[in-house]
Design a protein around this ligand. Structure first.
Ligand SMILES: NC(=O)c1ccc[n+]([C@@H]2O[C@H](COP(=O)([O-])OP(=O)(O)OC[C@H]3O[C@@H](n4cnc5c(N)ncnc54)[C@H](O)[C@@H]3O)[C@@H](O)[C@H]2O)c1
Length: 332
């Protein structure tokens, strides 16, 4: 029998790719809920909605009444709706706290009244970035890492604080109200159509403007980049595996840990940049090294990323160069 799926935040980067994958597999009745704050009803999403007969609930889910528009018996609820991005933490930390907290609490208060079977909450490696900096915790980092905020007064950490609330909230409500729950912590997911607030599209834009010398901020910091198709496979695997109830899984790519300098030089080569590079210090509050230990996900759900970072970055850079050069609108 086909499964009923709800993706909150389904118009966004990861959400749209989840519905694309579920739609292509068939046998799902898919609904998405989004207020299109960031996700866009662009050509690609419109086509998916038509091809897979997806129901779109366009509403602001910080309003509890928005949940009245949903059904009450989804097999799987993917909770991705959130304000994401360092820029918002700096500009409107108060709004980020209000929106993310309301989205989490409203979802929990709604799920507890429904017959939904399983919920997956999407968290982030930012929740433990402080532990690595302050306590020199092991990298690659496993799920049992204590979560920690480096400096509670710094606006950058508002996002991580709301994700910690979500992790605790989903775990505790699921036990008290008897629905299944899994948490995934993403690590630098990237790919085409991820908006323009991530490092790769921003660097593409700067190369196309021919910045020279090209400043490489945080050149020696490392990140493990996780291509969108692998992240989606891990997310759906985490949701659909029978063993993941009550579990937290790190989804990322531990084979793809590279320095920011490696990434930027590789991208410069792809774009044919002929200028010079200049090393610069890192932006404040950003962690020096980040890489997940994904062996739990590998053991539990057979998660194994397939896309090497060079291949994924190439596809992403090509998509952004074409997008920008076609004169299409830069979106958030
Ligand atoms: N992309 C990453 O590398 C990454 C890393 C860690 C965690 N995550 C988490 O994964 C999830 C998805 O991330 P993404 O990169 O696809 O982000 P995204 O911004 O593209 O998607 C989030 C979606 O939520 C929607 N939304 C925001 N406020 C809403 C509201 N009030 N009501 C309804 N919808 C609302 C947005 O319009 C957007 O479509 C987020 O929860 C994010 O925190 C992502």
């Amino acid at each position: 029998m086909s499964k009923k799926v709800l993706v909150l935040g389904g118009a966004g980067f990861i959400g749209m790719n989840i519905i694309k994958e579920l739609g292509s597999r068939g046998d799902y009745q898919i609904s998405i809920g989004d207020n299109f704050f960031r996700g866009k009803m662009d050509e690609q999403l419109t086509k998916l909605v038509e091809d897979y007969n997806i129901k779109v609930i366009s509403a602001d889910f910080t309003e509890a009444s928005a949940f009245n528009e949903l059904e009450n018996d989804y097999d799987y609820v993917y909770m991705l709706a959130s304000v994401v991005g360092v820029e918002y933490t700096q500009k409107v930390p108060n709004e980020l706290i209000r929106i993310n907290t309301a989205l989490i609490l409203n979802t929990l208060e709604w799920v507890k009244t429904t017959k939904c079977k399983k919920v997956l909450f999407t968290s982030t490696s930012e929740c433990y970035a402080g532990t690595i900096e302050a306590f020199d915790y092991q990298v690659p980092t496993p799920e049992e890492v204590p979560l920690c905020i480096d400096d509670i007064t710094h606006p950058r950490f508002t996002y991580a604080v709301t994700k910690m609330l979500g992790e605790s909230g989903f775990m505790q409500y699921s036990k008290v109200y008897g629905f299944e729950c899994t948490i995934v912590r993403y690590h630098n997911v990237y790919g085409p159509r991820m908006g323009f607030k991530h490092v790769i599209p921003q660097v593409v834009q700067r190369f196309l403007k021919n910045e020279d010398p090209f400043k490489v901020y945080g050149f020696d910091q490392t990140r493990a980049f996780n291509y969108i198709d692998d992240a989606v496979a891990g997310t759906i695997g985490a949701m659909e595996s029978k063993d993941t109830n009550g579990e937290i899984l790190h989804i990322g790519d531990m084979e793809s840990e590279i320095t920011i300098e490696q990434l930027i030089h590789y991208m410069g080569g792809l774009i044919g940049y002929k200028g010079t590079y200049e090393r610069q210090g890192a932006h404040s509050g950003s962690v020096s090294r980040r890489c997940p230990d994904t062996s739990k996900a590998e053991k539990m759900i057979g998660y194994s990323p397939n896309v090497h970072w060079e291949e994924g970055v190439k596809k992403t850079v090509e998509w952004y160069v074409n997008y920008i050069q076609s004169g299409s609108e830069v979106f958030e």
